[in-house]
Design a protein around this ligand. Structure first.
Ligand SMILES: NC(=O)c1ccc[n+]([C@@H]2O[C@H](COP(=O)([O-])OP(=O)(O)OC[C@H]3O[C@@H](n4cnc5c(N)ncnc54)[C@H](OP(=O)(O)O)[C@@H]3O)[C@@H](O)[C@H]2O)c1
Length: 322
């Protein structure tokens, strides 16, 4: 309506002044679909989703398979083309998976859970850093399984050595049981997420550009596709726990898919006030909490080593960093 009374160029300028470019992985299904839908339905957003199979109405979709670093590079390059000479105001790295063993390798030769959950997102982040706007928000999804004190139904990490996680055959801490190793691959990848967010938040560029860096832990959120590669019993239980009564009784700290997704959108909109000294935000029984992450996640030496080892893995695989 307004454009009818205004010259086209002025209308275009005003529209772009309020336009938010939001780039998201893992926004096509699971609780991320609730997040992306909320973002899309908000006036003035340009929501770009990395996608494999599914699509969300109203978003721009760019193919992304995090199991291939080359594909991550192509995705980033398409994102840059899409935003043209504009910047990215919000980057959400939410995609994740949980492999039932540690035998699977990506096309680049890395253990799959680690490669998808950490390395591919680390690479994406590094490729998009030059395009992040002042005051941008960078939100990466982690998990309470990274912290032994959470007593999650999953073995906690023993370390965050990127080389050992990428090449488990070199890992001196492997367990005899494959199921434990698989759980550790997942929880360790989520430890890597917090360490990456902490490292980024501590950089001079984050400070100079006033970036807000958040590691979001949605808490146990039954009913999503996360356990789709698990045993039949696990998959059935995951669905049964979507019944609110059972979920609240058996997993009292857990969340509904809607709550986990909308809370992530609230973080984007600043409806959740994150204390300035915190990067870790955890949803527990539908309530936002700001717990300290695990002891390993607070280890600065580990944080620096992980950043450098992740760079080394990318360099060795001939993926150039900006
Ligand atoms: N559910 C929980 O209890 C829980 C708890 C803590 C943390 N998390 C984390 O929350 C995030 C979302 O998980 P969810 O529970 O909503 O699981 P989900 O339903 O399986 O959703 C995972 C999302 O990641 C995308 N994805 C997975 N592998 C990918 C790949 N190789 N390339 C590109 N995209 C890929 C999926 O894309 P498609 O749509 O193409 O499948 C989907 O959008 C994950 O990072 C997960 O680790 C979940």
């Amino acid at each position: 309506m307004i454009s009818f009374f205004m010259p086209a160029t002025l209308w275009h300028t005003i529209k772009n002044m309020y336009k938010l470019n939001i780039v998201m992985t893992g926004g096509t299904s699971g609780f991320g679909a609730a997040t992306s839908t909320d973002l899309i339905n908000t006036l003035g957003t340009n929501v770009i989703l990395g996608n494999r199979n599914s699509q969300i109405k109203g978003a721009k979709h760019i193919p992304l398979n995090l199991e291939s670093l080359d594909n991550v590079r192509q995705f980033a390059s398409e994102v840059v083309k899409n935003i043209r000479d504009e910047k990215i105001q919000v980057l959400i790295c939410n995609a994740g998976m949980n492999h039932p063993d540690i035998n699977s390798r990506t096309v680049d030769g890395f253990e799959t859970t680690f490669a998808v959950n950490h390395l591919a997102h680390f690479y994406l982040l590094r490729l998009l850093i030059p395009y992040l706007d002042a005051n941008a928000k960078i939100i990466m999804t982690t998990s309470g399984t990274h912290d032994p004190e959470e007593n999650a139904l999953s073995a906690p990490p023993k370390h965050a050595n990127a080389i050992w996680l990428a090449y488990p055959e070199q890992d001196k801490t492997l367990d005899e049981k494959m199921a434990i190793n698989a759980q550790r691959a997942y929880s360790s990848s989520k430890l890597c997420t917090i360490l990456t967010v902490r490292y980024l938040a501590a950089t001079a560029m984050a400070d100079q550009n006033n970036w807000q860096c958040i590691a979001y832990d949605p808490g146990a959120t039954p009913g999503t596709g996360l356990l789709q590669k698990g045993t039949l019993v696990m998959r059935l239980a995951w669905q049964v726990f979507t019944i609110p009564f059972l979920r609240k009784r058996i997993l009292p700290k857990s969340n509904s898919i809607k709550d986990a997704g909308i809370t992530l959108a609230h973080l984007v909109w600043g409806k959740v006030k994150v204390p300035a000294d915190k990067v870790y935000v955890a949803l527990r029984a539908g309530k936002i909490t700001f717990p300290s992450p695990s002891t390993l996640a607070q280890n600065n030496m580990l944080m620096k080593d992980l950043w450098e080892q992740s760079e080394q893995l990318l360099n060795d695989a001939k993926f150039k960093l900006v």
